[in-house]
Design a protein around this ligand. Structure first.
Ligand code: ARG
Ligand code: GLU
Length: 720
């Protein structure tokens, strides 16, 4: 048996399209494609229980939370659970040095104490539909891409208009399989979502960026919110009159826990994957893009972390930003190592060889597909340079770069409007936008930290980017300070409007168009405008052109790969639409001679405890509960479970997704993937790719025993 298993896994590892529990599947098509396999693996419910338009079902309990997370309902009173890191920005917005909910946690002890969050929404899927035929109506084989796109766009507008007529829903059409198939999505968005509870960061972010993307993990990564609706249970803006939303479905919560081999399913919104790209794409990332980006972000993090450690106010201001910068940075490192270990490029090349042989085998195929791989090759030669310049410029002087420069960039529309002699109304609208941006921006801005970032980014940009891709404004500055940005930065940061809250606010509130020339003389503004112009004129046109050509080729390559796969079903890349992933609970071997078990417990938190290290400073109350073994009904074999892993195929966006057992009960909340398997966005490795979930029993234990907010459990449906 064991031998057979080994032979099988070797086969699975060498065949690029062999599927285990890989894939993120379309809810509407579960009945057709997946339910049998899922039931074989132990799932006891039907496809209709997951997705249906005829009855209340799981999809009615799953939402997009905010901009890029998933959440699920856990009570008939609109109570939802998502990750702590998904609610983080909101928890931070309610925090100050006086009442610091990030550090101390927050628990509403009654409905009145729940905190509103302007701008926060949750979105439900009402229904989806395959609209491929309607989208492609009128499209002919021999058409130019431009004609094709025009027809498709017109068809889509018509479909969307029809679907949103006479209701409050929003509708949109998304391409699947690189534009070979199209689905319509009709959504409903609720706008009054209030914070109910969050553990202290020492629990909700336990392990911080140090443990992020890693297993074994001990993060209590959850937060609770409640959806409010008007009296008719419809979406409404925040109002005291609003009442708790009454959903058609909420997830029952199981206290039974998980064992190795158990069926699990993750139901949520994976953001994006690149499973079907050619080897050239992987080479571009591994050889060009990742090494540079990793260096840039590593440098930023060193600077920010040092200042955060030195000053609690800076910690509050920069913790969310640092987590964001660190998150992709660490994932890139993991993906790079993972793909090198998995020999992803070789596997892709191997696949491309077989694919080419298959193409050559038939004249018809050769004519249709023979050009694909050679064309990719020339396109990626151009692509890698554009991609690198675009990302590098954005990360240093551009949109994701030095913050004072991004602030300066937001003044560009104002300066242009003045030059174009725009009317007063237009200028007024621009000033209003600026004024709200300014008040948000400077709350979390520390001039001295940003100045250090400025110096570092200016140096890296100058040293690492080919001269022909450096903006002339940068070269001027470089010459005027002889490449010594330290000295110059001090002057710039002392004098600039953009590094100073009062000056910026004053400029906007007492706006006088005669002062525009002052802005235009500001070195940060000169850089911001230079970057903008350079990217728009010299980089983006070429970049977009090549991207378009690649996208067109992707569509054809995908079509060919589906044909080549024959009767094997390929799953469509994630595109931030609702998907089902299924698999089983299980540990893995991170390296030779080591096995990681499938779960962690509170013992591990105590093992990691270290008051000297911010990320591992365990709250006293949690230690008390540990020493008293006061776990109530949430323990398993006398221990308090914390997290578990399974081989569900997930990605960014799946954070907060419900993890469901064979009975359809909630057993966990997805929040991460394990280091050795994070290259699963590009190539899944059944041996090592694992999603990490919070054990729901740990969340209940914290709400009940740690926070003393046990009253919240009364509205949940708990299955013992
Ligand atoms: N890696 C997880 C995800 O991609 C968690 C990120 C938040 N946590 C953190 N320590 N930065 O989003
Ligand atoms: N933490 C990720 C998120 O915020 C999920 C982890 C992953 O990429 O799988 O969506």
């Amino acid at each position: 048996m064991k031998k057979l298993f080994i032979v099988l896994t070797i086969l699975l590892l060498t065949a690029p399209f062999a599927r285990s529990d890989e894939g993120m599947w379309i809810p509407l098509l579960i009945e057709k494609f997946n339910i049998e396999i899922m039931q074989e693996k132990g799932f006891k419910l039907t496809a209709e229980d997951i997705y249906s338009v005829n009855q209340a079902c799981m999809k009615d309990g799953v939402m997009i939370f905010g901009g890029g997370c998933t959440a699920e309902l856990i009570s008939p009173e609109g109570l939802l659970i998502t990750n702590h890191h998904c609610g983080y920005g909101r928890i931070q917005a309610h925090s100050s040095l006086e009442h610091d909910y990030l550090t101390d946690g927050f628990w509403a002890m009654s409905r009145e104490e729940e905190l509103p969050n302007p701008g926060l929404t949750v979105t439900f899927l009402k229904y989806m539909e395959d609209v491929t035929d309607r989208v492609l109506k009128g499209v002919k084989k021999k058409m130019s891409e431009k004609e094709r796109n025009e027809i498709i766009e017109a068809n889509i507008s018509e479909i969307v208009a029809g679907a949103s007529e006479g209701n409050n829903y929003s509708a949109f059409v998304r391409p699947f399989y690189m534009g070979n198939q199209f689905f319509l999505f009709v959504n409903e968005t609720y706008r009054d979502v209030r914070l109910v509870g969050a553990p202290p960061s020492a629990i909700g972010k336990f392990g911080g960026d140090t443990d992020n993307w890693m297993w074994p993990r001990h993060t209590g990564d959850f937060s609770l919110f409640r959806i409010y609706a008007d009296k008719n249970n419809r979406p409404a803006d925040y109002s005291e009159e609003n009442v708790a939303y009454k959903p058609g479905f909420h997830f029952p919560i199981s206290l039974k826990g998980v064992a190795e081999g158990d069926f699990t399913m993750v139901f949520g919104y994976p953001g994006g994957t690149s499973q079907y790209v050619p080897s050239y794409h992987i080479s571009m990332l591994l050889d060009y893009v990742y090494p540079s980006m990793i260096e840039l972000r590593g440098t930023k993090l060193d600077i920010i972390k040092k200042d955060m450690d030195a000053d609690p106010a800076v910690r509050i201001q920069y913790s969310s930003k640092a987590a964001g910068i660190s998150n992709s940075w660490k994932r890139w490192i993991g993906e790079k190592t993972g793909m090198e270990r998995l020999e992803t490029i070789n596997k892709k090349k191997e696949f491309e060889k077989e694919f080419s042989a298959w193409v050559k085998d038939k004249r018809r195929r050769d004519r249709a597909y023979g050009h694909i791989l050679p064309t990719y090759r020339t396109l990626y030669d151009k692509m890698q340079e554009y991609y690198l310049v675009n990302s590098y410029t954005s990360e240093t002087l551009g949109r994701s770069g030095v913050e004072a420069i991004t602030m300066a960039a937001s003044f560009i529309p104002l300066v242009e409007a003045v030059h174009n002699e725009a009317d007063d109304d237009e200028i007024k609208a621009i000033l209003e936008r600026l004024s709200s941006r300014i008040s948000n921006f400077y709350r979390n801005y520390n001039r001295s930290t940003d100045e250090k970032l400025f110096i570092a980014m200016m140096e890296l940009y100058g040293n690492n980017l080919d001269h022909k891709w450096q903006i002339p404004e940068y070269r001027d500055l470089y010459r005027s300070c002889n490449g010594d940005f330290r000295f110059m930065a001090e002057d710039i940061y002392r004098q600039s409007v953009f590094t100073n809250h009062e000056k910026a606010a004053q400029f906007v509130s007492a706006f006088d168009s005669r002062l525009i020339s002052e802005l235009e003389a500001d070195p940060l503004f000169i850089l911001a405008r230079g970057v903008n112009a350079f990217l728009n004129e010299r980089v983006r046109p070429g970049y977009m052109e090549v991207s378009r050509e690649i996208a067109n080729l992707d569509r054809l390559y995908m079509k060919a790969q589906i044909e080549f796969a024959d009767d094997e079903l390929l799953w469509p890349d994630a595109n931030f639409t609702l998907r089902v992933a299924y698999g089983e609970v299980g540990g893995y071997e991170p390296g030779d001679g080591v096995y990681y078990t499938h779960y962690t417990t509170l013992e591990g938190i105590i093992e990691k405890d270290n008051p000297e290290i911010y990320d591992y400073d365990v709250p006293d109350r949690l230690k008390e509960l540990y020493y008293e073994k006061d776990y109530g009904r949430y323990a398993q074999d006398g221990k308090m479970p914390v997290c578990f892993i399974a081989d569900n195929h997930t990605t960014g966006g799946n954070s907060g997704s419900p993890v469901i057992n064979a009975e359809g009960h909630l057993i966990g909340v997805n929040f991460d993937r394990a280091w050795e398997g994070v290259m699963s966005d590009l190539m899944f490795n059944p041996e090592q790719s694992r999603n990490i979930s919070l054990d729901i029993r740990y969340a209940l234990f914290l709400i009940d025993k740690f926070a003393g907010a046990g009253y919240l459990l009364e509205e949940m449906t708990i299955v013992e």
